[in-house]
Design a protein around this ligand. Structure first.
Ligand code: UD2
Ligand code: MN
Length: 286
């Protein structure tokens, strides 16, 4: 393959270490590095020999400005790290309440079916990595990448794995993806943490000086009310990891569109909260 560079991860890290700079997130100041990006947000030029193929998965709704910022930032960062990658953005047609886990599952399946990726990085739309040398690749264990963000000034609690999480294909399959049944704000990250623990996958976390993110400010979204039932649901969801996730996704949503936009692949889906919960009432209610 002539697009593979003869570099290795240690050399690359050393180089990045030399210019250990905070990332500049001002949109205007970002250099234009998009000329090699293929429609759908894919980049396959000049990849390092060590490189895994990485899919970035962004669950999204009504945050256009943040999406533009993070996508541009990611293209620049991932190209500077000489990674081959694709960016996938999944969106839920309103009026259904937001469902981050289901959106991430659908985007994962889309990416997997078309890209044969080695690594999936599940990424909030509002987090901007501040360190050039924060490598966007997977390790042997699930890796919590956003170990410090400016919203919390650290981690809100020790088991927290929200924000940015890297899982390889085996990890995603073993945990059966995310729960499809958490509508509204909260819980999908905590249930993923339980899945990872219950399947004994182990977990690594990037050190706080590397895993630094700037959190773009936002209010609570109108389509994403806090899910106050989530704590009640944890116990039953935890018993049903193998029945709730990728294996049960078909039939819970309708794929409306997959569009190759210039900087990302856009996946637009529809689902009905009442129907989804009804179909899974044995899981939701014990
Ligand atoms: C925290 C976690 C997040 C998730 C969430 C609970 C951090 C940094 N992140 O985020 O990973 O566990 O709690 O669900 O602590 N989104 C939209 N539009 C919407 C609603 C959500 O795009 O209307 C997406 C977007 O990618 C966003 C993510 O979902 O970053 C999490 O939602 P949030 O930003 O409202 O929640 P936050 O910051 O409390
Ligand atoms: Mn947020």
């Amino acid at each position: 393959m002539d697009n593979v560079l003869p570099c290795n991860v240690e050399d690359r890290l050393q180089e990045l270490l030399l210019d250990d700079e905070e990332t500049n997130i001002g949109n205007d100041e970002l250099p234009v590095t998009f000329k090699d990006v293929q429609p759908g947000g894919k980049y396959v030029q000049k990849c390092c020999a060590f490189a895994q193929k990485v899919a970035i998965i962004i669950p999204y709704g009504d945050r256009k400005e943040q999406l533009d910022t993070v996508v541009r930032h990611l293209h620049r960062l991932l190209q500077s790290q000489h990674l081959c990658y694709g960016i996938y953005v999944s969106e839920l047609a309103y009026p259904t309440v937001f469902n981050k886990g289901l959106l991430m599952n659908v985007a994962y399946l889309t990416a997997r079916d078309e890209g044969h990726y080695d690594c999936y990085i599940f990424h909030d739309v509002d987090l901007i990595s501040q360190k050039e040398r924060h490598l966007y690749i997977c390790g042997e264990k699930p890796n919590h990448m956003s170990s410090f963000n400016t919203k919390f000034g650290g981690l809100p609690y020790i088991k927290y794995i929200g924000g940015v999480l890297a899982l390889n294909d085996t990890h995603v399959r073993v945990v059966n993806g995310f729960s499809n049944l958490l509508f509204g704000w909260g819980g999908e990250d905590d249930v993923m943490e339980m899945r990872i623990a219950d399947k004994h996958l182990g977990l690594t976390r990037v050190s706080a000086d590397i895993g630094r993110y700037k959190a773009l400010p936002h209010d609570r979204d109108k389509g994403n009310p806090v899910n106050n039932d989530r704590y009640k649901m944890y116990r039953t969801l935890r018993k049903h990891t193998d029945q709730d996730g990728l294996t049960s996704l078909a039939g819970l949503y309708e794929l409306l569109k997959v569009e190759r936009r210039p900087l990302y692949t856009w996946i637009y889906i529809k689902c009905n909260k009442t129907e989804v919960l009804q179909k899974n009432k044995n899981i939701v209610f014990g």
